[in-house]
Design a protein around this ligand. Structure first.
Ligand code: FES
Length: 361
């Protein structure tokens, strides 16, 4: 196992990056067997880029847990913000130039204000720390969107929501929508402890009889996939949102049983997907005159961020278009979910099949 796998791994089930044994084993397995995801019946939807830029004012700031801050945003002139649907998110343009995506977690469809929530990761890429430290009530926050790549299907009859930690943010509006639509839904919400689970009171308020809370400190261990998927039958649509390890374990478990293959599985990641079927290649940055070696198990963007932490990126999953660059020469294995034309490359997911790619960067 190369060192890059460990240094590039995502936060654990609940957003932590500490090196506990269980997570080490799970992430190692996910990385080694990452090819399984390519066999999944589920394919992510393509997402249309949204270009409108909006300046909002922060009207409320509250700590939901010791490390999760919620910001309420409104139009500075008291107007309505753009319409949105549960599962939608905005792309925040941070003062440093970083861009980060945050799910809208307020009342579904509410346009007088938006609410987002951010878990602070001191050893992350710096975006969450900047979110925590840059915005006070009265400050301006600039964003693009909203857009939605993770919406509740129109014909769902039986739904299980699997929630891990800060993964609650897109899920809470979806639970509310499911309740409004009369869907037969259940939710499993897992976290370190109840005090570390943001918006738990609001999740329970939707319908406490339909929500199972798994707090590690009460149970003495992490929830396994048996607990996360309890009661999910072959016709149950499963929606999961949380860190990569939770998502992959649910996906792999659901795909193991042939009878589940007709039921939809929907997910939203908080961290980049593992590289599948990658080969090493060279990436030449023409303007900055750098030559980077991209290992088989890392994205071009990861390596670019190592040398320049301000490299433009947002979703890191190939759908927002922020990291798109012009290709000067070389063959690109395009893996993006948004438009990626000839002569373009989304460096967060696309790569070369070998050799060298020269980009205008
Ligand atoms: S960072 Fe969003 S497409 Fe690459």
């Amino acid at each position: 196992m190369s060192q890059e796998i460990w240094t590039s791994r995502p936060a654990d089930l609940y957003g932590r990056r500490k090196h506990d044994r269980f997570f080490n084993m799970l992430w190692g397995a996910v990385t080694v067997f990452g090819g399984i995801s390519g066999l999944s019946r589920w394919k992510p939807s393509r997402v249309a880029p949204v270009s409108r830029t909006i300046s909002a004012v922060v009207t409320k700031r509250e700590m939901l847990t010791p490390d999760v801050v919620a910001l309420t945003l409104a139009d500075p002139d008291g107007g309505l913000l753009p319409s949105w649907t549960p599962g939608g998110h905005i792309d925040v343009q941070l003062p440093s130039g970083r861009r980060r995506q945050y799910s809208l977690c307020g009342v579904p469809g509410r346009r007088t204000d938006y609410r987002i929530a951010v878990r602070r990761l001191d050893d992350g890429g710096g975006g969450s720390v900047e979110m925590h430290e840059s915005y006070a009530v009265g400050d301006t926050l600039v964003f693009e969107g909203p857009r939605n790549a993770f919406y509740l299907g129109t014909d769902e009859g039986d739904v299980l929501f699997v929630i891990g930690g800060i993964g609650v943010t897109p899920m809470l509006p979806m639970l509310r929508e499911a309740a409004q639509r009369g869907i037969n839904w259940r939710a499993v919400y897992a976290g370190r402890s109840r005090t570390d689970m943001p918006l738990l009171d609001e999740v329970l308020a939707v319908d406490p009889d339909r929500v199972t809370v798994w707090a590690d400190d009460e149970q003495g261990r992490f929830a396994g996939t048996d607990e996360l998927l309890a009661g999910a039958g072959p016709d149950t649509a499963v929606y999961v949102c949380g860190p990569t390890a939770m998502l992959e374990s649910v996906r792999i478990t659901r795909d193991q049983h042939a009878e589940n293959k007709k039921a939809p599985l929907h997910y939203e990641r908080f961290s980049p997907p593992p590289v599948v079927d990658g080969v090493p290649f060279e990436l030449e940055l023409a303007r900055s005159r750098r030559l980077l070696l991209i290992p088989a198990d890392r994205s071009a963007l990861d390596v670019m961020l190592d040398v320049d932490p301000t490299t433009a990126c947002s979703c890191r999953q190939g759908f927002c278009g922020t990291c798109k660059v012009k290709v000067v020469s070389g063959d690109v294995d395009r893996r993006g979910r948004t438009a990626e034309g000839d002569g373009e490359m989304l460096v967060c997911v696309s790569r070369a099949t070998g050799g060298r790619i020269v980009i205008d960067a």
